[in-house]
Design a protein around this ligand. Structure first.
Ligand SMILES: Cc1ncc(COP(=O)(O)O)c(C=O)c1O
Length: 405
């Protein structure tokens, strides 16, 4: 069976983890702090805070900004549940927006849904392709949009407009207008979950890029405190001579990254552009070259004039099929020993959000894209022969289910 997305583990990673195990320091410490600095350098961003997931990174950011009951946060209906769950955790209301054909948030629909309760927008760089940030940034700075805004907390007043927080779970290394994701939105949050391009098993990072007069170092300190029970010192600082006493300044969360996890990230980041992205891009190219020849196939957009993907997910689509036919094609592909997936079932299809009153029929493009989508395997160790096997499996499955090729 060709797996969907196994991690790439090699000797240098194992050696780095063993080095951490032998160092006597397992939790947040020198390796996590080094990984944060390396990530900030990689993105050319002011500050990065590493955590144990991207979900908690988004939640801490919303909480730092004071998002709570009575507030609304706009996000695409087509995303992983995490994007909306964090809004619910904060007691605010997710306002779902439909998407464009390329899976990015639809700015026209978003504009209609802005209200005097809107505190943040969470665009999602689905599959690694950045959203249209020029239009998003223009929108949040429009005088009529700014005049709708009702800031309450000191942070909301200081920003003077809606917060733009990029759900960048998929887009480490993606490019927008010649810059890496991390330096486009106010805050971007990466995921290092086991299936991501760069993985620490579980993990995530908040990239801070807030404009003046914010001090990103101060915000880093505040989010770091929130991630450590509200303690004003981390475990490493407390071990220093005469430094045992600490205070708890708020009922914070427990969300710090361990040095064991950071060990994986440190090594992977070294080879991220030269090996990881390069191989993934080549796999995308091979799939697209093959499927561009088939009239029934629709290949994903991964590069245009001002955007380039991180090549995270290959969101393949089949024209003019029903959801049932797509499911049958997936079953046939599995019969041929190839694992595929669907990214994503739009949020209104899920019980939690159905029960909150969201209706799939209100997001027609999300449903259209979902119902004909099949994510194909993409990972560093997928060989050219295996890519060919995937292509043949998809073609055969299509032929069997739809039958006109
Ligand atoms: C779009 C999106 N956002 C957020 C997340 C959450 O990431 P994590 O598991 O690191 O919390 C994921 C994870 O798959 C995701 O795909």
């Amino acid at each position: 069976m060709i797996p969907f997305s196994p991690p790439k583990i090699y000797q240098e990673i194992i050696d780095e983890v063993v080095d951490t195990l032998k160092s006597g320091w397992l939790t947040t410490g020198p390796k996590t702090k080094l990984f944060e600095r390396n990530l900030a350098d990689y993105c050319s961003a002011p500050r990065v805070l590493c955590l144990n997931s991207s979900t908690i990174g988004m939640e801490l950011t919303l909480r730092w900004f004071g998002v709570g009951p009575g507030d609304e946060v706009l996000l695409p209906a087509y995303t992983y549940c995490s994007t909306a769950n964090v809004v619910v955790h904060c007691g605010a209301k997710p306002i779902m927006v439909d998407i464009n054909d390329d899976f990015s948030i639809n700015i026209k629909d978003l504009k209609c849904k802005l209200s005097n309760k809107t505190k943040a927008i969470i665009p999602v760089d689905i599959a690694g392709l950045p959203c249209d940030y020029d239009s998003l940034i223009e929108l949040i700075n429009l005088p009529e949009v700014k005049s709708l805004y009702r800031p309450i907390t000191a942070e909301q007043k200081m920003l003077g407009r809606v917060l733009l927080m990029d759900d960048a779970a998929h887009s480490l290394g993606a490019i927008y207008n010649g810059k890496r994701i991390g330096t486009i939105a106010d805050v971007s949050v990466f995921s290092f979950h086991a299936v991501k391009n760069l993985t620490t098993g579980e993990g995530g990072a908040i990239v801070l890029n807030l404009p003046e007069p914010f001090n990103n170092d101060d915000i880093y300190a505040s989010l770091n405190t929130k991630s450590l029970h509200g303690q004003n010192k981390d475990a490493l600082a407390k071990t220093q001579k005469g430094n045992w006493r600490y205070d708890v300044v708020e009922a914070g969360f427990k969300a710090n990254m361990t040095d064991m996890a950071a060990s994986l990230g440190l090594v992977e980041l070294k080879y991220y552009d030269s090996e990881t992205i390069t191989r993934r891009k080549e796999i995308f190219r091979q799939y697209s070259e093959a499927f561009n020849k088939e009239s029934w196939a629709k290949v994903p957009l991964y590069k245009d004039a001002n955007r380039e993907s991180s090549y995270h997910l290959y969101l393949f689509r089949i024209n003019d099929i029903t959801e049932d036919q797509r499911d049958a094609i997936i079953a046939e592909i599995f019969e041929q020993e190839v694992s595929v997936n669907v990214h994503y079932q739009p949020l209104p299809m899920l019980t939690q959000y159905k029960n909150m009153g969201y209706k799939m029929s209100d997001y027609p493009i999300s449903f259209k894209n979902y119902s004909c989508e099949i994510s194909l395997p993409v990972y560093y160790n997928l060989t050219d022969d295996q890519v060919l096997k995937v292509i043949q499996a998809v073609k055969k499955a299509y032929q069997k289910v739809v039958g006109n090729v």
